[in-house]
Design a protein around this ligand. Structure first.
Ligand SMILES: [Zn+2]
Ligand SMILES: [Zn+2]
Length: 338
């Protein structure tokens, strides 16, 4: 068996190092994927910093994997060598625990997370359970598909479960890695799309991505501006700044929902404002492999695309730092092609 290059961390807060490892063999109900591209997501910091208890090192981060099936393990049907596939944050499910039996596969009590509980996609090959594997449409290149495996599914799946329907006013708070996709999805879903971000200079880009209206939160009050439009049926908060999330909730329409996908620990809400208009605040988990397939199919049909900065696998540490700096425009993607 040959060897492969991976970018791994050997301890919490350790550096990302390129090492050679033997190419692994797929076990029962898993496939081996030859990775072509892997997005670099902020949640990879969980692995790099050791932010979850019990994480085992060395560990390879990466949960925006796009590639091709290269070998099939025992007891696998319906998948074939050469098939274009991807793997996202959800690392698969058991099908037997209480959550799975109730149909909430995303909440499987085994808590499998790609690049956290098993090695992820900062590598030339990865082993993935088939419950975590999504088909990738032929038209999507690996670099285009990779960021959709987490950033894409997270925004797309939250929007389609926001309660808004075509023609409704929907606002996207933030215009970063998630937000620049959220604006595109909202526009392509037929919402009256409002982009809220900081600075007048972001307006042209927001409009280019499909926003009908741009609100500069440094000079305008987003809640008041949204109420001038009749209020937003849904506001998708892609940021992690609690004050910004608190400031937009006043823009919700009657029966409107503030959907949170930026992982932060707390925010202020106004119970009176919520109950007087039957409004709600909810979080949305990104999704499972079938949601990913829906995301990819919608993206390829409608032309939704992530804007990416691409680095070779050898520069994984640099790519990770670039993502963590918050300055990337807009997603960072590793490519394994030499
Ligand atoms: Zn992610
Ligand atoms: Zn389960």
């Amino acid at each position: 068996m040959g060897s492969m290059r991976v970018a791994q961390v050997s301890k919490a807060n350790g550096p990302l190092e390129i090492v050679e490892r033997p190419i692994p063999e797929p076990g029962p109900q898993t496939v081996r994927i030859k990775v072509q591209a892997c997005g670099v997501c902020h949640s990879d910091s969980i692995t790099v910093q050791g932010a979850v208890p019990g994480i085992q090192y060395p560990r390879v981060p990466g949960h925006e994997i796009a590639g091709v099936i290269d070998a099939i393990g025992p007891n696998v049907t319906g998948w074939f060598v050469g098939q274009k596939v991807g793997v996202g944050w959800n690392g698969g499910y058991c099908g037997q625990c209480n959550s799975c039996r109730q149909g909430d596969l995303f909440a499987c009590e085994t808590h499998q997370a790609t690049g956290v509980t098993y090695d992820g996609g900062y590598a030339e090959y990865v082993i993935a359970p088939i419950s975590a594997v999504a088909r990738v449409p032929d038209e999507l290149s690996p670099i285009d598909a990779a960021p959709l495996m987490c950033a894409g599914i997270t925004t797309f799946n939250a929007l389609r479960h926001s309660g808004a329907t075509g023609g409704d006013v929907v606002a996207i708070l933030g215009l970063g890695g998630l937000g620049h996709l959220g604006v595109q999805y909202a526009s392509k879903m037929g919402f009256r799309t409002v982009s809220i971000a900081r600075g007048e200079d972001k307006g042209p880009l927001a409009r280019q991505l499909g926003a009908d209206i741009y609100i500069d939160s440094t000079t305008q009050d987003p809640a008041a501006e949204l109420q001038k439009l009749g209020g937003a049926k849904a506001i998708l908060a892609t940021v992690t700044v609690s004050e910004a999330m608190t400031a937009v909730q006043g823009g919700l329409a009657i029966n409107g929902t503030l959907v949170l996908i930026g992982a932060t620990l707390s925010m202020e809400i106004s119970p009176l404002f919520l109950l007087m208009g039957r409004r709600s605040v909810k979080g949305w988990y990104s999704g499972i492999a079938s949601d990913t397939q829906d995301t990819l199919a919608f993206s390829s049909r409608s032309g939704v695309q992530s804007m990416n900065e691409v680095y070779p696998l050898e520069k994984a540490a640099e790519a990770y730092e670039r993502m963590m700096s918050g300055k990337a425009r807009f997603r960072v993607v590793l490519t394994m092609e030499k």
